[in-house]
Design a protein around this ligand. Structure first.
Ligand code: FUB
Length: 366
């Protein structure tokens, strides 16, 4: 864990030595965020909203308006532990904006855990899609057996209220659904997260409740991969079994588990730029946002590098969209609370360089 902290922004004032989610911590005794009030952090951007805590922002432009589908962080009083139980969210609020610098509206409760028939606990990072006038909200939540599954809910309104389907998406598991619609109209879900996200407990479509809490027992093997599944035309099911999203190193070999600075951890996103597919994700315990480029939605993807250095807080989760010819990244940190599980969403511009790679973003000014 100490290794990771060396990589935190030099003077990040609030050292979230905490754990999270995928939200797991490796050092229980160091789980309290501590504020160093002697120095002032220079944040690249400011929270979009401060009335509620929000995280994991999945942004979309629907009919010319910006909608952000975030997690709604709360102080649930659930004790912190290695599984990220303290990320005990119970509903979703959708944010909307007419323009990047415009007013941000919190549109109230869009979906509550009590209205999801199969849900147990912990509504984590959602995403959304629009097809033929219907809005689809995709969400991970633990079922009544405490296994993360991914559900879908529908609405005629981008901000809900949404009505959940009676069961999770068949064949779905783990966390962090990210929906990508390609230029040919095909829609895909990227998903998965290790550690608290449970991906390491899945083997050949089966869940091992006694499986490892981390991926650390396989350090010299290829790392666990995010998954991709094409969605059926009605957007409610997987069109076939999920496939691995493989990220290759400079020698065209899959990244290894021990490569914590580069391997996939959680928080997948896909965007298309100049005909190439950009798979971006969080490296989790090393707190980077990484990018990898491929020629198809399925990859394989060649690792390109870090494009965002660690934010304040433990988790790192983002989305990338184009608005009026400019590209933006929506992300979160813990500026408002100094607590790992009470986060706030932000936005800043993102640049693709002439060689196609993404320019490095420093979320805290040096
Ligand atoms: O918000 C809960 C979890 O924290 C998300 O699912 C992860 O991506 C991390 O941000």
């Amino acid at each position: 864990m100490m290794k990771n902290f060396k990589k935190m922004p030099g003077l990040a004032l609030i050292m979230a030595i905490a754990a999270t989610s995928s939200c797991q911590q490796t050092n229980k005794t160091a789980s309290k965020a501590t504020a160093d009030t002697s120095k002032k952090t220079m944040y690249l951007s400011q929270p979009l909203i401060s009335e509620i805590y929000t995280a994991d922002p999945s942004a979309h432009l629907f009919n010319g308006k910006i909608y952000i589908y975030p997690s709604h962080d709360i102080e649930a009083g659930t004790p912190e532990n290695d599984n990220g139980d303290h990320f005990d969210m119970k509903d979703y609020h959708i944010l909307s904006m007419d323009s990047i610098n415009g007013k941000v509206t919190d549109n109230g409760i869009a979906l509550s855990i009590k209205d999801i028939p199969w849900a147990g606990r912990q509504l984590w990072a959602p995403d959304a899609a629009l097809k033929n006038g219907t809005y689809y909200l995709y969400f991970p939540v633990k079922d009544k057996s405490d296994v993360f599954r991914i559900g879908v809910a529908t609405s005629k309104n981008p901000v809900g209220p949404f009505k959940a389907e009676a069961k999770p998406i068949e064949g779905s598991y783990s966390i962090d659904p990210a929906i990508f619609t390609d230029t040919d109209g095909s829609t895909y879900m990227y998903f998965g997260g290790i550690w608290g996200g449970q991906l390491q407990r899945w083997n050949n479509g089966k869940y091992d409740a006694n499986g490892s809490k981390t991926d650390s027992q396989k350090e010299n093997e290829p790392s666990l991969n995010a998954k991709i599944a094409k969605l059926t035309n009605n957007m409610l099911s997987f069109d076939g079994s999920p496939k691995d999203v493989v990220v290759l190193d400079e020698n065209n070999k899959p990244l290894l588990t021990k490569d914590h600075d580069r391997r996939f951890f959680e928080g997948a996103w896909m965007h298309k730029y100049n005909g190439k597919y950009y798979f971006t994700y969080s490296t989790g315990d090393t707190h980077f946002l990484a990018s990898a480029i491929g020629d198809t939605p399925y990859g394989p993807f060649k690792y390109q590098g870090t494009f965002m250095n660690p934010v304040e807080g433990w988790t790192t989760h983002h989305s990338i969209i184009e608005i009026k010819g400019k590209w933006y990244i929506f992300y979160h940190d813990t500026q408002l609370s100094g607590k790992t599980h009470l986060r706030n969403v932000k936005v800043t511009e993102l640049t693709h360089k002439a060689d196609g790679t993404i320019a490095l973003i420093e979320p805290i000014k040096k």
